[in-house]
Design a protein around this ligand. Structure first.
Ligand code: NCD
Ligand code: ZN
Ligand code: ZN
Ligand code: ZN
Length: 351
């Protein structure tokens, strides 16, 4: 393949941890990791402390990010009983509404059925409702989406949810989904060596489930990293285990190795990493923006320097292929050969 040029990649599911957990990541280190991984547009999740559940906290994030981000950055809004009053006000300022319907990191779990119903009823905006709904809980999200004719996006889909997804699609529901690299490249056998560094929500699945996921890539719209950094000492702390793994810098080499093995075509990969997320989440067009990948390099993932503040990866033992050689943002070369060439040139997306 040699050098290949692709459009800038987009990831709709990233946790940049600012404000509230700067020991894990911040807007600058997280967007550097994005660019180093080939992403020029990312969406940040709302489960911070304080969470993105009102106008003020959203505006605070935008203000904090200004002039400090290397890629373009947009925000997803958090759904709680109290955040409903802001739904219409934040519509044009955000790209998705995140609803945590199963146990998760942070304070945003919505357990109450009436609250869930009211949330789906009240999000009258065109952007998708992104559901964190593990296992069977997904069916409840699908039922609510049907009831109120809402678009939903299934976060970090697992094998046992594929049939629910297909059924809902066949019934005409506007439903999209994402799969995470850790579920594609790791399985429960890896937990032996990874220990806490292999723990995330939803958890790693069996090798058989992992293979099933690859067999169903045709019904899944996009790959999202669910980049969820925690520090090494937080991960090793046995008293309060932290779920989540970083992923922005490792997706391209992992997926290109899959292209080499003919598990996916480069055309389909480009759809899943760029075209589909941009279209489904209505991300603004980025003129003269592309990345150049040197596909000749094959290397152990763990041998590469990382920009994420947490500075570890669950994929370190795996072989990857391809280095992000250059990144051009709005006509300007901002990254080459592992180095940033300009000050932060990313913009905050949304009004
Ligand atoms: C995420 C986090 O750490 O913020 N963790 C995870 O295991 N995926 C939260 C989430 O996406 O559920
Ligand atoms: Zn989640
Ligand atoms: Zn099937
Ligand atoms: Zn997440």
């Amino acid at each position: 393949m040699g050098y290949i040029q692709l459009p800038g990649l987009a990831d709709v599911h990233v946790h940049l941890r600012e404000p509230g957990a700067l020991q894990k990541e911040d807007f600058t280190t997280g967007t550097k990791a994005a660019i180093a991984g080939g992403y020029t547009q990312i969406l940040d999740m709302p489960n911070n402390n304080p969470p993105t559940i009102n106008r003020k906290n959203l505006e605070d994030k935008k203000r904090l990010a200004k002039d400090r981000i290397y890629c373009d950055l947009g925000f997803n809004f958090g759904a709680t009983a109290d955040s409903i009053v802001f739904f219409n006000k934040v519509s044009a300022k955000t790209f998705g509404l995140k609803v945590y319907m199963s146990k998760t990191t942070g304070p945003l779990l919505v357990n109450d059925n009436e609250e869930r119903d009211l949330i789906f009823k009240s999000w009258e905006n065109p952007s998708p409702i992104m559901v964190h709904a593990l296992d069977e809980t997904l069916q409840e999200a699908i039922n609510l989406a049907k009831k109120y004719k809402r678009r939903i996006h299934v976060c970090h889909i697992t094998t046992n949810q594929i049939s629910m997804l297909k059924r809902a699609k066949n019934q005409g529901l506007e439903i999209s989904s994402e799969v995470c690299p850790h579920h594609l490249f790791l399985n429960t056998n890896d937990i032996k060596t990874l220990g806490p560094f292999g723990m995330m929500k939803p958890p790693l699945m069996s090798k058989k489930d992992q293979e099933e996921l690859w067999n169903h890539l045709d019904v899944i719209d996009m790959i999202s990293t669910d980049h969820a950094p925690h520090t090494i000492s937080e991960k090793e702390d046995k008293t309060s285990p932290k779920y989540g793994v970083p992923g922005l810098e490792t997706t391209v080499p992992l997926m290109l190795s899959a292209v080499s093995k003919k598990l996916i075509t480069l055309k389909r990969l480009t759809e899943m990493l760029s075209t589909s997320p941009k279209k489904i989440f209505g991300l603004p067009e980025q003129k003269n923006t592309h990345i150049v990948i040197d596909t000749s390099k094959k290397y152990k993932i763990g041998s590469k320097k990382l920009f994420t503040k947490c500075n570890w990866t669950p994929f370190k033992e795996l072989m990857g292929q391809g280095n992000i050689h250059q990144v051009f943002l709005r006509g300007e070369k901002i990254f080459e050969g592992g180095k940033f060439l300009t000050k932060p040139k990313g913009i905050v997306m949304g009004r």
